[in-house]
Design a protein around this ligand. Sequence first.
Ligand code: HEM
Length: 490
Amino acid sequence: RRCCKTPLLIDWPILGMLPQLLSNLWQIHDYATNVLRQNGGTGEFMGPWFSKMNYMVTSDPMNVHHIMSKSFDNYVKGPEFREIFHAFGDGIVASDSGTWKYIRTMQHSLFRQKSFEKMAEQTIRRKVQNSLLPIFDHACFHGKVLDLQDVFSRLTFDETSIMVLGHDPKSLSIEFPLVEVEKAFDEIEGSIFYRHSVPRSVWKFQEWLQIGAEKKMTRACKNFDQFLYSCIATKHQELSKCNKSHEKCDNQAHQFDDLISAMIMMNEEKGKVVHDDKFLRDVAFNLFVAGRDTITSALTWFFWLVATHPLVEAKILEEIEENFGASAKEKCEILGMEEVKKLVYLHGALCEGLRLFPPVPIERKKPLKRDTLPSGHHVNPNTTILLFTYAMGRFEEIWGKDCLEFKPERWISEKGEIIHVPSYKFISFNAGPRTCLGKDLSFLQMKMVASTILRNYRVQVVKNHPTTPAHSIVLLMKHGLKVMIAKRRV
Ligand code: HEM
């Protein structure tokens, strides 16, 4: 019936390979890893007839290198991606070619500025000091169970909002308030996952009728957009007030109150509106997507791994103690940018967590022209390619026989430095020209948060707590991460 030359699963009439996929949905990432391993790293998935859910799936590093770097111009996100990720607008994550290049160059130059790094460090420091630590103290004092994933999700939502929009939604506080915009954002992400899991015709029909997940999506987008546009309007007002009063708006430090202000000020420098409000909305939305759940996921899996590997925990603490000692504790409760650079073992442990649990477990690409992948598989403009980054972190060919073990040591050289692994093997931050722009910021954020928590508290996972991955576009835990907290030192 269909000429599927390299099937990954049994291709049943009408239903294609869907039955096996559905029966293993609860363990989809591990299942896909095994199937890919048995098939040499690459093969085809055929969905039900006429569903257009046909994919070339690969975890072969040579294919990844080819798609992401060597033949970068031939592999795009494409119109289907933009349709599914409609809420992303013309932001960096969903765009291609000229639009992507412009935003990438502009954001890259903003992220590289010293004043941006400083603003980011201050934001993280304040949030950890004023919101995270009080919650941990409160949980210790009352012996309460904390959902660490929820804590990190709120922390990163607030931090992203402050860095991008200059507004603190205060979702992280002892009361764990229901913040409408945070909920709306979660709903948008949930609906995007839904669009991945059913045939296009199904979600399109639901969108047209405005029912189910699509109705939720429309409502949530409206709420989140209202929030974004009102923050942008506030920024316009603040900057025009500041212009009128001749305050130093061109001062670098002022530019980095937040990213949106910096971009509005570029309009003024150029004497025309190069960034209108829709553009600013799209930039802000994409940065929320890029920076919020990714770090939440990375920190959540990291804390689970550390809590279940006491030797690793002891080595992280030893490194912190060696570098900063007990006496430094009073001087700097929260380690800063320069200090966390010294924490090589912690860096290795975070990389190891990201290898085993990459926050973005699947990447999607579309070829513009016919091509043959290094593995010998043929692709054409109708092929959707799925790169399984989760499987790549668990391949013996890349990481050796102990690939399933959590071993931060594999990242550290004899000289005690971090070993560089090419991004087409360690794919967690993407590879090639579209490598994650927030990698340095992520390590800063994760190291500041992780060192503060580990130094001050002992985190214990609640007995028998299930750690199943959620069905979402970012690799979160389905049931959160329930932990008990105890003070490390009085
Ligand atoms: C542990 C944390 C993070 C991980 C694992 C991560 C991973 C990734 C991945 C896999 C992509 C490619 C997505 C795609 O093309 O579909 C990406 C892109 C991107 N990330 Fe990150 N990210 C993290 C944090 C951040 C943060 C904090 C920011 C900044 C706020 C950020 C900014 C970006 C941007 C702007 C892109 C788009 C790059 C482009 O398409 O040219 N990321 N990231």
